[in-house]
Write a protein that binds this ligand. Structure first.
Ligand SMILES: Nc1ncnc2c1ncn2[C@@H]1O[C@H](COP(=O)(O)OP(=O)(O)OP(=O)(O)O)[C@@H](O)[C@H]1O
Ligand SMILES: [Mg+2]
Length: 335
């Protein structure tokens, strides 16, 4: 997908460097076979993805399981090596950074995972968990207890939590602890990877409200990853729709949800239960996602597409600007 420029969607932000700019990013995993572990091919988990995230903005990233959302997030965090493309954080290229620069960047980019129990060290109490980053960066001035209590206060938890252990909390509370830990270094961007997916609906809403409040208070940006379109539509300013390693549509949330253009986006939105509402009936979810190790020729979505045309089977679509969306589909190609 072609790079989206900062001026595309936000006139006010014209002069501002986007906080994050991702340009034609690729993350491929080698498939090793045989006695000598020869590379027999690649899983193209992220395959030419471009987008921007501005300051104080939430970009939602949706798509079915296995489409590459987590790999994309991990690549942005430097936990996976990019195979190609570039990631600019505040205008500076991340793949070109050395380890020291990368460590410094970690302060500015944090992550909240789906399963806080496995991402919170069970052998550390809450005080040590939420102040671990501060300690690493030598930023604990004064009492660690006070730092921890202040961070827990930010996420609606009391001081009494500081000497307790992760297993003593509910899923929602553990997620609040993860958020407090992410906040400790005053990041600019938090990547939330299915951060509310394991929670009950009411707890989900509380955690989402907390994230939105913290965004206001600290001018945070979020990359909010979820397979659930309805959750994303409650949180995100813009939405990117990912299919088999590519972003097939991106635009403002109201436009994407209210007027999805790509047949895959329509399929995802049609799958959201609507109480008494109308569905786009010809776009019900159908078929299985093909393997990212051997994506279909032409448009990757063509074997599942209700609108498939001859060209879709042979020619990969390029990005078209249509009604404020950027969409990668032959239906909208410029003539
Ligand atoms: N370390 C790895 N080595 C090889 N293949 C990998 C690795 N990590 C991910 N993959 C593959 O990359 C593809 C994308 O995986 P990823 O976890 O990014 O998807 P996802 O969109 O986050 O899915 P989910 O919604 O289930 O979390 C999958 O086919 C997965 O099997
Ligand atoms: Mg994932």
């Amino acid at each position: 997908m072609k790079p989206e420029t900062d001026s595309d969607n936000n006139d006010a932000g014209k002069s501002e460097t986007p906080l994050l700019e991702v340009i034609d990013l690729k993350t491929w995993f080698p498939i090793k076979r045989g006695l000598f572990s020869l590379t027999a091919g690649h899983v193209r988990a992220v395959d030419g993805v471009s987008f921007v995230i501005r300051r104080n903005e939430t970009l939602g990233l949706v798509g079915e399981s296995g489409c590459g959302k987590t790999t994309l997030g991990r690549t942005l965090l430097g936990l996976e090596r990019a195979t190609g493309g570039d990631i600019l954080f505040d205008g500076i290229s991340i793949p070109g950074m050395n380890r020291r620069q990368m460590n410094r960047l970690r302060r500015h980019m944090q992550v909240v995972f789906q399963d806080p129990l496995s991402s919170l060290n069970p052998r550390m109490n809450v005080m040590d968990i939420v102040t671990e980053g501060l300690a690493q960066f030598g930023m604990v001035e004064g009492s660690k207890q006070d730092h921890a209590a202040q961070l827990l206060g930010e996420v609606g938890m009391g001081r009494d939590a500081i000497y307790r252990w992760p297993h003593e909390f509910s899923g929602g509370q553990r997620q609040r602890i993860s958020i407090a830990r992410a906040l400790s270094l005053k990041p600019d961007l938090i990547i939330c990877d299915e951060a509310v997916s394991a929670l009950d609906v009411s707890v989900q809403a509380q955690v989402i409200n907390l994230l939105l409040q913290l965004q206001k208070d600290y001018r945070l940006s979020y990359l909010f990853i979820s397979h659930d379109v309805s959750v994303v539509s409650n949180v995100a300013d813009r939405v990117a729709v990912m299919y088999l390693g590519e972003i097939v549509e991106i635009g403002n949330t109201v436009d994407i949800v209210g007027n999805p253009l790509h047949p895959y986006t329509r399929m995802l939105i049609a799958a959201v239960p609507v109480a008494g509402g109308k569905r786009i009936s010809e776009h019900v979810v159908r078929g299985e996602t093909p393997s990212p190790a051997s994506p279909p020729e032409g448009c990757r979505f063509h074997p599942r597409c209700p609108d498939v045309m001859t060209s879709c089977r042979k020619i990969p679509p390029t990005v078209t600007e249509k009604e404020g969306h950027q969409v990668m589909c032959h239906l909208y190609r410029r003539t």
